[in-house]
Design a protein around this ligand. Structure first.
Ligand SMILES: *[C@@H]1O[C@H](CO)[C@@H](O)[C@H](O)[C@H]1NC(C)=O
Ligand SMILES: *[C@@H]1O[C@H](CO)[C@@H](O)[C@H](O)[C@H]1NC(C)=O
Ligand SMILES: *[C@@H]1O[C@H](CO)[C@@H](O)[C@H](O)[C@H]1NC(C)=O
Length: 526
């Protein structure tokens, strides 16, 4: 595997395993966005309705203890004050202990976590982007999911995770890049702690490599793809998207767990108000990972030209030596405009950029992750043309500096979206609803294979060291949530999906037409 470094981020480059992009015009599973009418038929299949509010039983363990991690609490609270960064919306609930001395003694995972608490009713509706869960699972609506389908995913999967009776069992096929597999598994274990006994039995094949591989033209409703989980997708593939590792931390580049970082970013945005920020478009990252980024570098300010862009290359080697002082994300909210551009695929940096209160300029993206399909152009961000970046950025910044109210609003909507709709509670609820809906499609009973080993918080954290251990402890879910998961919004029906995509498309076209007349006028006046 070849790996390259990304901006705040390292994104892996890898050989594109097994996904030929041949385009045949047989009965294909066409990407919904590119050819909606053809997908209409598929969309009319019955839809799995997810019951968000489940009946929960109560069993509070008064002897629950919290061992081995007592130092963690004070270490964190000194940083983020009195916030309780671990289980978001929980009040005082039962805590599930982490018993490393017990684990080291017996070498086995603890017996179980009991059941969840009594839930309070009247929960909120999940953010709109949860509607994509149904779209991602649509390929299996007619057929269900069989063991044969799951096993086919093994070809590229890094691991298979089996959940039976609320416990996790892992079979590793190929170690993932850095600790992305480790923190993904850690995240799923936290979900099991948050909703003990509520995540149904299932098996997932997970591919930790950047690029989606299940090309939609190879499958159709009678021949569905293997269900394969990964961090991102695009309009030509059928991989199922799942939150990436960075929500629990990225040990290699010192990116903290999202819960903590989100608080720091909120503070960071307050330092310089939008109007006082540099009136330019800022980007910092590694241009080497993608041609489109090298192309972006041509827009940097020089003695001869100023496209309103201030672009910087990230030097990860030096950053690591100097203790990541210059890559502190919360202190990168210094410009009115921030550029987001993909690396080798989606980039985990998008949430950090959108959180800044700056107006985000998004260079037309090709990949989505689980939440980015909820972003609306002109509301959350300003679209930038991919094939004419410099002029597009120049116009965006000029427009914003002469429509300051509107430009600030776009920045504010994005950071509100990130702070409210992408808080950790919703990341867990997304995982919960996705896995629950997925499990409902199962046509077989998942079982623990001979090669699988039990995975528990103790087996992961007790032997960990350094940033890995630190981030695990900081992102540990202390115990069951005392509120129910959010309630799923109504799924898209063909008209509402069509309207949604139309709205996005017409906003982008609007910007393009303004941009066109802006440059036509420049040519006349110059
Ligand atoms: C940890 O586990 C060991 C062995 O199972 C047990 O004897 C001990 O009481 C446990 N410690 C706590 C604090 O629960
Ligand atoms: C862009 O220009 C600025 C100002 O001249 C410079 O400091 C920076 O290094 C340039 N960025 C790149 C990636 O060359
Ligand atoms: C378990 O692993 C062994 C050795 O890698 C392999 O030969 C065997 O097929 C595996 N069994 C299953 C059920 O996957």
């Amino acid at each position: 595997m070849r790996e390259n470094k990304d901006e705040v981020v390292i994104t892996s480059m890898q050989e594109n395993r097994g996904s030929g992009h041949s385009r045949h015009s047989k009965e294909i599973w066409s990407p919904i966005i590119k050819s909606l009418p053809r997908s209409m038929a598929v969309l009319l299949f019955p839809v799995v309705v997810i019951i968000g509010a489940l009946a929960y039983t109560s069993r509070i363990d008064p002897h629950a203890i919290w061992s081995g991690v007592s130092s963690r609490k004070s270490a964190i609270s000194s940083k983020v004050g009195e916030r309780r960064p671990f289980i978001g919306s929980t009040g005082k609930g039962r805590e599930i202990p982490v018993n490393c001395s017990g684990y080291k003694h017996t070498g086995t995972c603890p017996m179980g976590m009991g059941m969840g608490e009594e839930r309070r009713g009247g929960t909120s509706t999940c953010p709109d982007y949860f509607r994509w869960i149904d779209e991602d699972l649509r390929p299996w609506i007619g057929t269900g999911i069989t063991e044969e389908m799951v096993e086919r995913g093994r070809e590229t999967a890094n691991f298979k995770l089996v959940i039976v009776k609320g416990k996790a069992y892992l079979e590793t096929y190929e170690k993932g890049f850095q600790t992305r597999d480790v923190f993904t598994l850690w995240g799923i274990l936290q979900l099991l702690r948050r909703y003990p006994g509520k995540v149904p039995d299932l098996e997932i094949m997970f591919d930790c490599v950047d690029w989606p591989v299940l090309s939609s033209d190879r499958y159709n409703p009678h021949n569905p793809p293997p269900p394969l989980f990964r961090y991102c997708g695009n309009d030509h593939t059928l991989d199922i998207v799942f939150p990436d590792w960075s929500f629990w931390g990225w040990a290699e580049v010192n990116i903290k767990p999202w819960e903590i970082l989100l608080g720091e970013l909120k503070e960071g945005t307050k330092k310089i108000p939008w109007l006082k920020r540099e009136p330019y478009a800022y980007w910092k990252g590694n241009p080497a990972v993608a041609e489109t980024r090298q192309d972006l570098m041509k827009c940097n300010v020089s003695e001869k030209q100023d496209w309103n862009a201030r672009l910087y290359a990230q030097d990860w080697g030096r950053e690591a030596q100097e203790g990541y002082k210059k890559s502190d994300l919360a202190s990168q909210c210094t410009h009115r405009y921030k550029v987001y551009i993909e690396g080798s695929a989606w980039s985990v940096s998008q949430k950090y950029i959108l959180a800044c209160d700056s107006t985000t300029l998004i260079v037309n993206p090709h990949y989505y992750d689980f939440f980015t399909r909820g972003l609306i152009p002109m509301h959350h961000y300003w679209p930038i043309k991919e094939d004419d970046k410099c002029r597009s950025i120049k116009f965006a910044v000029d427009w914003g500096n002469s429509h300051k109210e509107r430009a600030q609003e776009i920045g504010k909507s994005a950071s509100n979206f990130i702070q409210e709709e992408l808080k950790m509670d919703y990341v867990y609820d997304y995982m919960f609803h996705l896995l629950s809906s997925y499990a409902k499609l199962f046509r077989y009973k998942p079982s623990i294979s001979a090669n699988a080993t039990e995975l528990c918080v103790e087996s992961m954290v007790c032997g960990a060291e350094g940033f890995e251990k630190k981030f695990m402890m900081e992102s540990l879910v202390k115990g069951p949530a005392i509120t129910s998961p959010c309630t799923m919004p109504a799924p898209f029906d063909p008209p509402s999906l069509y309207a949604h995509l139309q709205r996005k498309q017409s906003s982008i076209q609007q910007v393009e037409s303004w941009e066109k007349s802006y440059w036509e006028n420049q040519n006349i006046t110059s």
